[in-house]
Write a protein that binds this ligand. Structure first.
Ligand SMILES: N[C@@H](CCC(=O)N[C@@H](CS)C(=O)NCC(=O)O)C(=O)O
Length: 225
């Protein structure tokens, strides 16, 4: 059952702001937001402008990274997406997503693999990195064929919520920076993407492809198409 639309927030979560003042493209924030949504926990968001981080953020988390989440019942902060997910799992056991460490370790390497591809220099390096990305996606496709439709089986688990944002970034960036699209034969992965993008949790936490592109350009990635 979804949280009542006007339920009082139990948590305030600080997440990355995009350059146009909306929800930004951080996959770690996205994972924490998806966890709140899937567990139907009412929350409010505070958007953090990375060019003018507030002093309180650095006090709460000297690393200056987001997400950080404040428990409005006692004012205590929870720092780091994985810690937030485990905290929510313990406080709100249903629906169960599992603890981060106990959830299947599959699909998480999609992020370093596609990042290697879109950052590659020579055509030889690009071909090598593309092959590594295709291999990682193939492993995930095979896992979903056997255990799916989700990594968690019939329902998403903690790893699913980490993998969804990575796949979104992968699809947007490989297409924009390299004119590349996922091989059509990865049918289980395609069905998986269709399934999670239809979920209310996804639709409530979405940021634009433009925000993703701007985020990677800020990290120096250039278009080669
Ligand atoms: N281990 C952290 C990593 C979070 C992280 O790296 N967040 C990035 C945004 S995607 C950040 O806040 N970076 C700070 C900055 O770039 O100044 C977590 O899982 O929460």
């Amino acid at each position: 059952m979804a949280a009542a639309p006007n339920a009082a927030p139990k948590f305030e979560i600080a997440v990355k702001q995009s350059s146009d003042g909306k929800l930004g493209d951080c996959p770690f924030c996205h994972r924490a937001l998806l966890t709140l949504e899937e567990k139907n926990v009412p929350y409010s968001t505070t958007l953090i402008n990375f060019d003018a981080k507030p002093d309180w953020l650095l006090q709460v988390n000297p690393a200056g990274s987001v997400p950080v989440m404040k428990d409005l019942a006692n004012g205590e902060w929870v720092v780091d997406s994985g810690v937030i997910c485990d905290f929510l799992e313990k406080e709100f056991p249903q629906p169960a997503l599992g603890l981060v460490e106990e959830s299947p370790k599959i699909g998480l390497d999609v992020l370093p693999k596609f990042a290697g591809f879109i950052k590659s220099g020579t055509p030889e390096e690009a071909a090598e990195k593309e092959a590594e990305l295709v291999a990682a996606l193939g492993e995930l496709d095979a896992y979903l064929a056997e255990h799916g439709p989700f990594i968690g089986g019939q329902q998403p688990c903690s790893t699913d919520l980490a993998v969804w944002p990575r796949l979104y970034h992968m699809q947007v960036t490989t297409k924009y920076f390299r004119g590349w699209e996922m091989p059509a034969q990865l049918a289980h992965l395609k069905a998986y993407i269709d399934a999670f993008t239809a979920r209310p949790s996804w639709q409530h936490t979405l940021y634009t492809p433009e925000a993703i592109i701007a985020g990677w350009e800020r990290h120096g990635v250039k278009r080669v198409v």
